[in-house]
Ligand binder design. Sequence first.
Ligand code: F6P
Length: 380
Amino acid sequence: MIRKIAVNTGGGDAPGLNAVIRAVVLSAQQRGWEVWGIRQGYRGLIEEQEGGLIPLDRKAVRGITHLGGTILGSTNRGDPFQYPRAVGGELVPTDMSGKLIDRFKELGFDALVAIGGDGSLRLAAKLLERGLPRVIGVPKTIDNDLAGTDVTFGFQTAVATATDAIDKLHSTAQAHERVMVVEVMGRYAGWIALHAGLAGTADAILIPEIEFDIERVCEKVRIREERGQPFSIIVVAEGARPKGGTMQFRTQKGKFSEHAVLGGIAETVAQQIQELTGKETRSLVLGHLQRGGTPVASDRLLSLRLGAAATHYLAETNHSGMVSVHGLALELTPLEEVAGKVRTVPFDSDLLRTGRALGVCFGDEPEGALRGAPPSVRLT
Ligand code: F6P
């Protein structure tokens, strides 16, 4: 029997977080439940500071569906199992999970709605194991790389932002007859690069799933030149890597940070293209722009559906899990099927095949090569 629930947002923010919070609060209120928000991941519960927990009622979530960011704040430095605790003027990693769970129960919470990506859902699964009563996860990440769901909220907005940037780069690339190399986010998966690259009609798209040969990319640039197109747009996923090479990181994983930060591959690729083709080449990194701003309509709808489904599963089942999307349907997927797994672009992806059919270079084969199983034909 649910009476009182807590909601938190963890890891990197993604457009749609506020829409999920609103849907959870309104649908919970309809059921007569009390809802509280935990500030900055789990910090608001671990540190007993004023304002760490916020009562969420109808008024608190008014007019936030279209807002980026999160009214609860977020962090990727708040792992309760290695919490940065000040001891003698120094931050020491400390297991605060016991305190967190005790406080959760003392405050009378029956369940947690954890809105987060892989890292946050892994933590939620661990807390559940250690005694948190119930957890419903909501799949968030612009990277779209969570296992157990077809899609995560935030992704479509990031793709729209990246596509818009690629569109804008066309005119300047064309005016100066340059090659423009644009780096997009996505961590170890190429979903953003693939979707935005195709939608923005990039000439080459480099993704982590396909090691690239820079010669192939240069070949594409030269072929375009010969065809009277003296400019090219190259989209590079931040996790893309050259054949036999490694991914490029900006910073390594710190004592308290959730992950190492990727970055810099676009500049490397740009320098190599300029050297090998003699064409003037510029690079840019879209970075956190892809996480910001107003969620597009499809992300708002997905977020509202996921948030409402979270309370539905709390009310109608006794299970914990992550609300997941499968085609048009929503399901509850066990957290152990999600945590610690990355969903990357499959080699037989229809989008890869589409790109190849259109002559997009993926850095691995000569222009126009068709690869992967042909689409199945339904004769009805
Ligand atoms: O997971 C979301 C994401 O934006 C990735 O695409 C990117 O690699 C990472 O987070 C950046 O993290 P930070 O916010 O720590 O810079």
